[in-house]
Design a protein around this ligand. Sequence first.
Ligand SMILES: Nc1ncnc2c1ncn2[C@@H]1O[C@H](COP(=O)(O)OP(=O)(O)OP(=O)(O)O)[C@@H](O)[C@H]1O
Length: 615
Amino acid sequence: MSGATATGRGAHVGRRAEALRWLAGAARPELLRLLLAALLGSLALGASVGLVATAAWLISRATEQPPVVALTVAVVAVRTFGIGRGVLRYCERLVSHDAAFRVMARTRVRVYIDLERAAPAGLGRLRSGDVLARLVGDVEAVQNLLVRGLLPIGVAILTGAGCVIFLAALLPAAGGVLLAGLLLGGVGAPAAALITARRADRELAPARGALSGSVVEFLHGAADLTAHRAAQRWLDRLDDEDRHLTRLAQRGAAGAGVAAACTVAATGLTVVGELLVGVPALASGQLSGVTLAVLALTPLAAFEVTAPLPLAASELLRGMRAVDRLRALTELPHPAASDGVRPAPLGALTLDVRGLTVRWPGADAPALTDIDLCLRPGRRVAIVGESGAGKSTLVTALQGFLPTESGSIQLIGTDEAVDLADLEDGARRRVVAACAQDAHLFDSTIRSNLLIARPDATQDQVAGALDRARMWRWVGRQPRRLDTSVGERGVRLSGGERQRLMLARALLADPAVLLLDEPTAHLDDATASTLMRDLLVATQGRTTLLVTHRLAGLSLVDEIVVLSGGQVVQRGVPAELIQTDGPYRRMWLRSAAKEISSQDAPTMEISAARLNRPR
Ligand SMILES: Nc1ncnc2c1ncn2[C@@H]1O[C@H](COP(=O)(O)OP(=O)(O)OP(=O)(O)O)[C@@H](O)[C@H]1O
């Protein structure tokens, strides 16, 4: 048991050390700014202490009614400290926030880059709301860790040491008392706060992540939840999670209360301690009355240095946990990343897949096994199969977003053959582009959604792509034409218009190899048939891999590959496959029967009857 605890603690310490290294890596370029901020902060606090000490001296000395000239230096010093405190604090805030924002920006960019590379293969167990909470809340926690965590600790050490030395110079015992008081307030109070709020603090960020995840999921699924009368249940769940979060925040606040009480107690005790050592020194003539006033009043200002420490300690812990969670995001597997540096081969490209086996991260079995496929320039191959056969996985793998377990994916040009994994990232994305079934439309105009694929496209190229996707006339009918807004995720478009816009985007990208994943998904039969027809015209002469479960119209492609259970179970030219007894013919008959039952489709019926005739 104790062995297990020790191992757990060891792992915990290791994680913290890793997190520190990660943070140091992000903060290193701003080291000078952070040190300057610490220096300015220490000077600002030093000015505060100086102000109180000088004021104490001035008031006490004034009671002795000395000549005014004897007070001039102190009066000037009070003014200088008073003005200097504000100016220095302002400069410190400016420099520290500038440094923290730069670290935040660098952290965000780093996380975005890693997410961009990891996202195509999914985000593992992470929910999108949780990722959002990490990107917003945890990155902000990193800022707080620097500005409210590390910086106040550094400033407290510097200024505290200065105060102790100052009092020790007046009376050594007074320095000792202040040191003890500062340790009590600066270490004891944060420790008390942490102990009180430890569990709450540990659970706070995950609870916030869980709530964000549920809210995002609720917003996405609100229509379905309302339709199934499940919205209230979901709202109750959100309520529970919110209450839990509030309870945790309250427990965290209790820690802050305990810390504030400890600081006040430590200040009071220190003032009493200073009087206890100062009064005997005054009696023995070791100390003047004016200096005793300075001894007694200086701690009131000196404790300004420990006041932010309880918050600093909890920001430090919270920040380290946030760094840990951000690190987890940057450590997601990077199937989309390519270490390759090679440019794309020249000339018309062939996509050649040999013995490809791929597995989703963490899956027990491969999703595709031993796949062979050859996409010669200008040829179109259709991949068909039942749901779960591995069609989308193939598209993902061909984009280089899944590592190959065995086999190869090569691009063959006129000069050489290059492994897809060896291609430089940009070249790979230019050469092979996919139009996914759930491709995203941004809440922007038609033009901006298209230009994502090719920012430098001319008006003619945009119009050409829309025309080939049979969308240009529709655009012409809209009052704002290309500047028509599509709404969030394209809600202002019909399903068919959305798919056509995505197809136009893929055509505008003009890749050497175009991968279309279920372009007719979620469309009614009539719309799907028209879109499929238009799509087959638009892709004529273009190297295309078309993943679909709709078999109507496929007679126009050069080859059909049937997948089942992640393996190729049949392949051939459409005319042959339809005549051969096998998986494709069975699928075709099933889909024909479905269409006949949903409408009359006499031609379909005739063809189905013909196909069913014993040969
Ligand atoms: N992101 C993922 N992570 C883990 N496993 C996945 C992922 N996507 C798909 N799979 C698994 O891979 C297998 C093949 O799924 P895939 O989506 O490729 O099938 P499909 O033929 O495209 O099905 P559909 O026609 O329903 O889209 C399934 O067993 C599925 O559970």
